[in-house]
Unconditional design. Structure first.
Length: 94
């Protein structure tokens, strides 16, 4: 659901929920890796590259949280639409 939030087909919901979960896990790994390297460092003002990487760790955290929220939203939509009526069962609301 992260790519197209208004798509109502079931295969898109499950596929996007999978990609969102994968992206969330990868961002978590990235944040964990770079966070363990750069958060505890205290670079001097001359070490601009390390300062930028330390700031980038927080950008990674923000991206991880956004992908996690998108994944949770996709799961909620998928579970809600699983039990609804559809045109394939002949019980659709017109």
């Amino acid at each position: 659901m992260g790519f197209l939030p208004l798509v109502s087909t079931r295969w898109c919901d499950s596929r996007f929920a999978f990609t969102d979960s994968l992206s969330s896990v990868l961002w978590t790994a990235l944040f964990g890796l770079f966070g363990s390297i750069y958060i505890k460092d205290h670079p001097s003002p001359e070490q601009k590259g390390q300062i930028r990487m330390k700031n980038a760790v927080w950008v990674d955290l923000a991206n991880m949280l956004l992908w996690l929220i998108t994944f949770m939203y996709g799961l909620i939509i998928w579970f809600r639409r699983r039990q609804t009526r559809s045109t394939h069962t002949g019980r659709a609301v017109v």
